[in-house]
Ligand binder design. Sequence first.
Ligand code: C2E
Ligand code: MG
Ligand code: MG
Length: 332
Amino acid sequence: VVPAILEVKKQVKSLQQDINLELKAGVYLYDGEVSNVIRCTDRAHIACASIKKKYDIDYKFYDAELGGHLARKQFIIDNLVEALANKYIQIYYQPIVRSLTGEVCGWEALVRWIDPNKGTVYPNEFISVLEEYHLIHKLECYVMEEVISTFAKMEKAGMREAVPVSINLSRIDFEIIDIASYMNELLDKYQVKKELFHLEITESALTKNPEFIREQISRIRNCGIKVWMDDFGSGYSSLNVLKNYEFDLVKIDMEFLRGFDVNDNGKIILKHAISMLKNLGFHTLAEGVETKEQYDFLRSLGCELIQGYYIGRPVPLEEGCEQISLDRKSVV
Ligand code: C2E
Ligand code: MG
Ligand code: MG
């Protein structure tokens, strides 16, 4: 099959003049598992679609891994609404501390899909699928309402754990719902202070439709809700993004902390990045802090907020509240 595909590709190329058409092939080798011709060609299509954006690959055979991957994707699409209704989608909270005092001054809300049969599905697996199928806003509306209603109750009960929570958003959310209006509606409905909630937008979300996203960020901030940039330094557009967008705080990507003991490159980048961010007037937070050495180093650079396994993993809220009643001073 392969020589035939390559030969066809060569012939197609020889017929082209100014235009550049890429030929891709998907192959399903008949193994008797499905008998229907349409399902066989579907599998070939699926194999072909999986290499659509891979410019260096000409063909792909359908295999069990691809089948498994697709089945998981289908599971996510088919079961989201039910998972939300049954509360299989839960919100875990990871503490954020002030580096100088070690005191918990915030939480990040992170979703977990805990399916009774499949176990825990992590956001890295389902967020991109929900984005691709334009279903992400269903998850996000749920997360915003759950977080706001929960923290409204805590604040009213005078609990000291009711420190601000940051909620992650996806770029696609902005295309489907009006985030500023939705947040305002919820704040009104639950009669809670807007200072208690921050929204996180990843740096990569700013690459498409920048003018529109800038306007949306501005609207949210004008309502008094703080907007944080997530994963700073993980993409290619970082520095221009700092110049062109208004953020209240920048979360520095955890990759800079990796290989801390191999060489000093990460440390040098962190030192200059934090100093630059401060000069630009942004508050700073380092995420993914896993050791005391990393914590001490970031504190010495004046990085204001710290988040990471060294402080605490994302956990259900009750567990987080229990943990923060312990003496956090032990981390500083
Ligand atoms: P993120 O917002 O950058 O969140 C940080 C991720 O790093 C979380 O992964 C967290 O569990 C993990 N993490 C925290 N501390 C450490 C550490 O010390 N070491 C290491 N290795 N990892 C650490 P998680 O919960 O799997 O979430 C992954 C990503 O999924 C998040 O990255 C965020 O972009 C996205 N996400 C999570 N919840 C939501 C949501 O409700 N909506 C949207 N749109 N995205 C979400
Ligand atoms: Mg985040
Ligand atoms: Mg992050």
